[in-house]
Design a protein around this ligand. Structure first.
Ligand code: ADP
Ligand code: MG
Length: 505
């Protein structure tokens, strides 16, 4: 195979961080080449350089053997490179077709020829199994559909080299399978794919070759058939993670949280939550398993005082939480790691210390009679940064410059350090690398040991099985079964999640 991309000695510094340090990468045409690495390893920076979004400090780029100066994404597109970003950049109130053709509208006598555009899009989506509803607004589509539209968008611009930056981070397991079928079809059609991820199992499944990055450097490139999971993890982390001794719930019988017959209807009368009931004891992690979209999000919102439910009750340590407001819930000991940290957990344009006290600014010791106590704020924020290993440890930097995993640690540090009675963690390790996930799991266990009641909502079965004492399976707004992980297999719980049927057990 011949190389279609060759990056030579690429370096890029952001302030004190050397994001790319003399990086070499060769991608052969027609291969699926994965780049793996922990949060902050420099993967996105390298791809942004190839796509013309970031200018390298030094280094050279060769495309099909020719030395090339890529100064903008327009430049990159003209070299047949397309990039599907980590966060999709859509105009939400336009439909899929308008978003795809934006800036490249076919004209017929000066007017946009939408019919022609639709035909080309239909051909592309049929050829590569990229199904989505053409006429719906983007805001009405699932993450999987949005991603398929992004892929069509770059194919529409005739991209032959496709860069996908952590495409599976926002997808359900089913959607990941569909994406892999699409990638295989694209490869068969002659495309070259650069696939970025830190999920090693999927990388082993889809790649021809794998490149490993760590702390800005390229560690190694190897063929996927020679690669082994454990060895990849060690190279990616730069060592092995200590095993954690599992201390499951020891039987403190005190019920801390009781959810009784919680029900919620949508505006058009559809039942979203149906008589949800469960208890969580002090020192227990209770999981919610389910395919996304079965009511988990609404349950999370109800349990944090953000959504008014129709009937039922939520009790935390004997107090019925009657006032639906997130402040009141917080004051009664409810903490939350939200499923979408960018919407609900952080303000990315804020400095780190501002996010570390977000929502707690009026509480003691941060504020006293409306005056902010900067000494205390400083002290607490520095403590959280140290305890939660937030990198880089500067509390005055902008939060948006942190890697995803470190942003998640900001939310977790803030919420966990309040020693909550009831801790709701929704997809706490989504988009977080192996080392970060290990750390978050450790902190969740510590909270259990301190006696919190923990609710873990996750679509990652492995995470639920390692952490939870009991798991409730949610299907179509209903808890169809509550199981202990030691009494059920992955496959059995998978059937429950997909069908809601308990009869097979
Ligand atoms: N625009 C930026 N300004 C400052 N620092 C940045 C910027 N972009 C990335 N970084 C830093 O560079 C390092 C590498 O980041 P990134 O390439 O996003 O890593 P990855 O994609 O592997 O998670 C991180 O420490 C990150 O905080
Ligand atoms: Mg990245």
């Amino acid at each position: 195979m011949k190389p279609c991309i060759r990056l030579k000695k690429i370096s890029k510094r952001f302030g004190s961080v050397l994001a790319n340090d003399d990086v070499n990468l060769t991608v052969y045409s027609g291969e699926i080449h994965s780049i793996v690495g922990g949060n902050g390893a420099g993967k996105t920076t390298l791809m942004n350089i190839l796509y013309g979004l970031v200018k390298p400090d030094s280094g050279e780029i060769f495309i099909n053997g020719e030395k090339t100066d890529i100064r903008s994404s327009k430049n990159a597109i003209s070299k047949d490179i397309g990039m599907i970003h980590q966060d999709f950049l859509f105009i939400e109130n336009m439909d899929a077709v308008d978003n795809i053709i934006l800036g490249k509208e076919p004209l017929k006598m000066g007017i946009v020829d939408k019919k022609k555009a639709k035909k080309k899009i239909k051909n592309l989506s049929e050829k590569y199994h990229l199904s989505f509803d053409v006429d719906k607004n983007i805001s009405e589509l699932s993450m999987g559909e949005r991603q398929r539209i992004e892929i069509v968008k770059v194919l529409y611009r005739n991209a032959k080299i496709l860069i996908l930056d952590e495409p599976t981070a926002v997808l359900t397991p089913q959607e990941v399978k569909e994406l892999f079928n699409i990638l295989r079809a694209l490869k068969k059609g002659g495309s070259t794919i650069i696939f970025i991820s830190h999920k090693l199992k999927e990388v082993l499944e889809i790649s021809d070759r794998i490149s490993i990055m760590r702390s800005g450097r390229m560690v190694k490139t190897l063929s996927a058939k020679d690669a082994e999971l454990k060895d990849l993890a060690v190279k990616m982390i730069g060592g092995e993670l200590p095993e954690i001794e599992e201390k499951h719930y020891q039987g403190d019988e005190k019920v801390l949280v009781s959810v009784d017959n919680l029900s919620l209807k949508s505006k058009d009368g559809k039942k979203i939550l149906k008589d949800i009931s469960f208890e969580i004891k002090s020192g227990e992690i209770f999981g919610i398993a389910g395919i996304e979209g079965n009511g988990q999000k609404e349950l999370e919102e109800c349990l944090t005082g953000n959504l008014i439910y129709d009937s039922g009750s939520i009790t935390v340590e004997c107090a019925i939480l009657w006032d639906i407001s997130s402040k009141y819930f917080k004051d009664n000991g409810v903490s939350r790691i939200p499923s979408n940290r960018n919407e609900l957990g952080l303000i990315s344009g804020f400095k780190l210390y501002e996010n570390l006290i977000l929502g707690y600014i009026n509480d003691k010791p941060f504020s006293n009679f409306c005056l902010l106590n900067y000494n205390e704020i400083n002290k607490e924020c520095k403590k959280i940064v140290k305890d939660y290993d937030i990198e880089p440890p500067d509390i005055y930097q902008l939060t948006e410059n942190l890697s995803g995993g470190n942003q998640q640690k900001v939310v977790i540090g803030r919420e966990f350090s309040k020693e909550p009675l009831f801790l709701i963690a929704a997809h706490p390790t989504r988009g977080v690398d192996i080392k970060g996930s290990w750390f978050i799991h450790k902190k969740l266990r510590e909270n259990r040991e301190k006696g919190s009641a923990v609710l873990l909502i996750s679509s990652d079965l492995e995470e639920l099985f390692t952490l939870c004492d009991r798991i409730g399976v949610i299907y179509n707004g209903e808890i169809v079964d509550i199981v202990k992980p030691e009494n059920i297999t992955f496959d059995e719980i998978g059937v429950l999640m997909l069908s809601g049927l308990t009869s097979f057990r």
